[in-house]
Design a protein around this ligand. Structure first.
Ligand code: UDP
Length: 240
């Protein structure tokens, strides 16, 4: 059977970031060839996590597609002569849902507090009423986790969106991929919270000015410690 070729990549520190003008098309081709994928959306904060924790680096390096989610990663590539457009994970997910509606794919939303994935599903059903979305919140007990794994194995959906936060979602994907080997598994952090209307993305002007991180910090000041990774990323980029 024909397969979709892996993409060329360039390293951000030790993590390969894949280069392509249309990641959605590449993933759509993979899904149509029944080629499973693990997708990671890399930003400066995650890149710094991989520098500090070899276990996180290892799981991310094994992904089939690593896209530049953050402005820092895009600048890093630009300084090395690669003009790769930024593609936030949430936008990749939105474009994949559009493809799911076109191709009749089944989709799983896993993660978030109880009720959040259901609200995100409702939001998407307004846009694509025929979309088949199955949901499960992300706070499982060992018993409910076993039931959920059985259900996943039965469903064999084309798309599995996992919103457990980084790096929990990446480890969860690695541990569960064998259940649905043909699926595309994407770690999407707080995307369900945004779709459910609990959090807002930065307005377009902030995004254009590459200040989405600052908007996020204003919305969730408790993230300040995590965000110390951003100046560390800049410093490390200059010296690498
Ligand atoms: N979450 C979850 N299960 C957990 C821990 C977290 O479902 O055991 C969810 C949490 O409710 C939130 C998301 O994971 O919706 C993490 O969002 P965040 O924006 O913090 O993601 P990150 O910035 O780490 O990508």
């Amino acid at each position: 059977m024909l397969t979709v070729e892996p993409l060329p990549s360039i390293r951000v520190f030790q993590i390969p970031v894949h280069l392509h003008p249309n990641y959605t098309q590449w993933l759509t081709d993979r899904i149509q060839h029944r080629q499973g994928s693990h997708v990671v959306t890399l930003n400066a904060e995650i890149a710094m996590m991989t520098e500090k924790d070899p276990a996180i680096a290892e799981v991310i390096k094994q992904a089939d597609l690593i896209i530049p989610d953050g402005a820092g990663v895009v600048f890093y590539l630009k300084f090395r002569g690669k003009n790769q457009k930024r593609f936030p994970g949430i936008e990749l997910a939105e474009s994949l849902l559009e493809q799911a509606a076109i191709h009749d794919w089944q989709v799983v939303f896993f993660g978030g507090a109880p009720g959040v994935a259901d609200r995100a599903r409702e939001r998407w059903l307004h846009t694509f009423p025929n979309l088949q979305i199955f949901t499960q919140h992300g706070y499982l007990t060992p018993e409910t986790a076993a039931e959920w794994e059985e259900k996943l194995a039965y469903l064999q959906p084309q798309l599995i969106f996992s919103c457990l936060g980084v790096p929990k979602q990446e480890f969860w994907i690695r541990e569960h991929r064998h259940l649905c080997p043909d699926s595309t598994w994407v770690g999407l952090g707080g995307s369900f919270d945004v779709w459910a209307g609990l959090k807002n993305r930065a307005p377009k002007i902030w995004q254009k000015l590459h200040l989405e991180w600052l908007y996020r910090l204003c919305q969730e000041p408790s993230r300040w410690r995590r965000m110390l990774a951003l100046p560390q990323f800049v410093w490390r980029s200059l010296w690498s």
